[in-house]
Write a protein that binds this ligand. Structure first.
Ligand SMILES: Nc1ncnc2c1ncn2[C@@H]1O[C@H](COP(=O)(O)OP(=O)(O)O)[C@@H](O)[C@H]1O
Ligand SMILES: [Mg+2]
Length: 344
């Protein structure tokens, strides 16, 4: 039996759970989803990919739980079950020494939520060594930014539940803001728009597909349209409407404006010498929510600053967590140069 379990890094997204094992790389990338039996609420039927598969096949008998909401633990017991399942799947259980674990969290998470999450991870892994790290810090490392240098880097991580904005310099967060607006709010805005303006009821999955296929943060020069199927609100029968890209733009412009407002809030509080670096180096977008069509251009035009979308925006956070897992002395409190902003 090996003695020490390998160190682990976890990107605990609202939508997506990724797990990195030291010296092995990313070994899990699955939905942050647990499926329970509708009757006996405590019987877990499946987790992650298997849960998504089951849910698609016999949804009437099952209850879906996303135990992370807006980056916070919303259901402690289920979150612990999910963590335990993924950790076992990644490294098994046959170790005497427990792993050290790094977990991503939104910026500005309060102490109560930090403690709840730390406890859930401790129970799930049986480990005392849990380190929380802010998502934009990890995402900045994952997108190759020089976070330990004396320059200002502005990172905006747009996930499903939150958008985290941070100015990072000298290995720490200088100014940061987390808002509960992300891809899910855009989906909700599309559901509401179609109900209000077209009298069609759709689910959030359909809305997410519309967002990816048609929605845009700026009006298109050559507008497009698609057919949307749903339930006609007036006679509760199946109904279809044609939705244009201009309508989809109008539906989601509120969440897009909220993201710009959060970035402006951070910029207004950034020391001038770091602002000058940001004006030169641009704003770095990470998180899969940043893939919304023309969102980079919308932010750039609103703030008159260049904006760069990371190559694989959804992977930046787990890649940064992975780097820290390989270099765990950077986050261990035993190290005198431990990164500011990281607490165990
Ligand atoms: N092409 C796309 N256009 C717009 N949004 C997208 C696209 N691809 C994924 N998303 C959205 O990105 C969000 C998930 O981003 P992710 O970084 O995985 O979130 P989290 O870290 O919160 O789990 C979801 O809301 C999803 O709908
Ligand atoms: Mg993410």
């Amino acid at each position: 039996m090996p003695f020490w379990a390998p160190d682990i890094g976890i990107d605990l997204g609202t939508d997506h759970f990724s797990l990195y094992v030291r010296s092995r790389g990313i070994v899990i990338s699955e939905p942050s989803l647990v499926v329970l039996d509708r009757e006996s609420k405590h019987t877990v039927r499946a987790v992650g990919d298997e849960a998504a598969f089951l849910l698609g096949r016999s949804p009437e008998r099952l209850t879906a739980v996303y135990p992370i909401r807006s980056g916070m633990v919303s259901d402690f017991d289920i979150a612990e079950l999910m963590l335990k399942y993924f950790i076992r799947k990644a490294i098994g259980v046959s170790y005497l020494g427990k792993p050290r674990i790094i977990v991503s969290v939104p910026c500005n998470m309060d102490d109560v939520n930090r403690k709840a999450l730390t406890e859930a991870v401790r129970f799930a892994a049986g480990s005392k060594h849990v380190f929380l790290i802010e998502k934009p810090f990890a995402a900045a490392i994952g997108s190759g930014l020089p976070v330990y240098d004396p320059v200002g880097n502005l990172v905006v991580d747009i996930g499903a539940g939150t958008t985290d904005v941070a100015v990072i310099s000298l290995g720490g967060l200088v100014v940061s803001q987390s808002i509960q607006v992300g891809g899910n709010k855009m989906d909700e805005a599309l559901v509401n728009y179609l109900r209000r303006e077209c009298s069609i009821l759709i689910g959030t999955q359909t809305a997410e597909n519309i967002k990816k296929d048609l929605a845009t943060a700026l009006p298109l020069e050559e507008p497009r349209s698609i057919l949307v199927r749903g339930i006609n609100q007036l006679n509760t029968s199946a109904g279809t409407v044609r939705l244009s890209s201009d309508q989809a733009y109008n539906a989601i412009k509120g969440p897009c404006a909220a993201i710009v407002k959060a970035i402006r809030w951070v910029l207004e509080r950034t020391p001038p010498e770091l602002s000058a670096d940001i004006m030169r180096g641009g704003i770095h977008l990470t998180g899969d929510g940043a893939r919304l069509f023309a969102l980079d251009r919308f932010i750039s035009e609103s703030l008159s600053i260049p904006v760069l979308l990371a190559r694989d925006p959804g992977d930046c956070c787990i890649l940064g967590i992975g780097y820290l897992t390989e270099n765990i002395q950077l986050v261990s409190p035993a190290d005198k140069n431990a990164t500011p902003g990281i607490r165990s």
